[in-house]
Write a protein that binds this ligand. Structure first.
Ligand code: FPP
Length: 259
């Protein structure tokens, strides 16, 4: 049994390879298989998946994590059967309506990345309204990717950057990775330190592909609806054992790195 205080101690002690953990990103995969294994519809799997979002948000907050990014719905997911897409949108609506008070009480801010223009009007309005209401908070940022594509994020950033160059607001010699990252949808948050993907798949699936350049990857066979607080702590314990060098050698200080 891993206790949150054990993880904090590990972090503070600066044990070999330990590195501060500010941003955790999760690809929440396996809802469909979880449901199939039980003879339920995929939609029931997503319902349990949302339940588990609450568990993990609570666990992340208890550890003092600054940003928790969750991949809720990819741009590619629009190609799923209409009933499944509609059900996921309804679950997002329900999550916002039921949980925004709790998020507020917990001082959590909400950020949403992705192409919101494709969402049902009701969902989009609920999201925008809740982001606004929670923007006064100062605690953990819950960053939810909906209708999100990492390549589209990079493409949009490139177009904005090209426009700035065209307008003369920026000159080519000043375009560095740091400057480029300011045009991405994640311009206000640091890159993830740790990416967790559940359900045994070993892919990034177009999630924050620029931002994940030096992120530690953690894969587990556990299906998302079963991914418990203890599984989350185990991922973090594993992260603290790693030796992050950012392409440098051990004696160099990785703090000087970009992004
Ligand atoms: C992955 O399982 C899940 C999805 C593609 C979307 C469902 C997302 C949620 C229920 C979370 C919504 C988040 C919030 C914050 C409300 P899968 O369907 O790909 O599973 P499979 O690979 O087993 O088929």
């Amino acid at each position: 049994m891993i206790e949150p205080r054990d993880l904090k101690t590990l972090d503070k002690s600066g044990a070999s390879g330990a590195h501060q953990l500010k941003h955790v990103a999760i690809i929440m995969d396996g809802n469909g298989r979880w449901a199939n294994q039980r003879g339920f519809s995929r939609i029931i799997g997503h319902k349990h998946g949302v339940k588990n979002v609450r568990t993990v948000v609570k666990a992340a907050k208890s550890l003092g994590i600054e940003v928790l990014s969750l991949f809720a719905f990819s741009e590619e997911n629009w190609g799923r059967p209409l009933l499944e897409v509609r059900s996921i949108m309804a679950l997002i609506d329900q999550f916002i309506i039921r949980d925004r008070k709790t998020l507020d009480r917990e001082n959590i801010r909400l950020k949403v990345i992705g192409d919101l223009t494709r969402l049902p009007l009701k969902t989009r309005a609920l999201i925008e309204n809740t982001v606004e209401i929670l923007s006064k908070n100062s605690g953990m940022i819950l960053n939810v990717a909906i209708s999100y594509s990492g390549r589209a994020d990079i493409l949009n950033a490139s177009l904005k950057l090209a426009e700035a160059l065209k307008q003369g607001a920026l000159s080519p010699e000043n375009v560095t990775p740091e400057v480029f990252s300011k045009y991405l949808s994640t311009s206000d948050i640091a890159a993830p330190d740790l990416l967790i993907r559940t359900s045994g798949e070993h892919r990034i699936s177009n999630f924050m592909i620029w931002q994940l350049a030096y992120t530690e990857l953690y894969f587990t066979d556990v299906l998302w609806p079963d991914f418990s607080e203890q599984d989350f702590y185990a991922a973090i314990k594993d992260y603290h054992m790693r030796d992050r060098r950012f392409g440098l050698v051990k004696t160099q200080n990785p703090e000087s790195l970009p992004l």
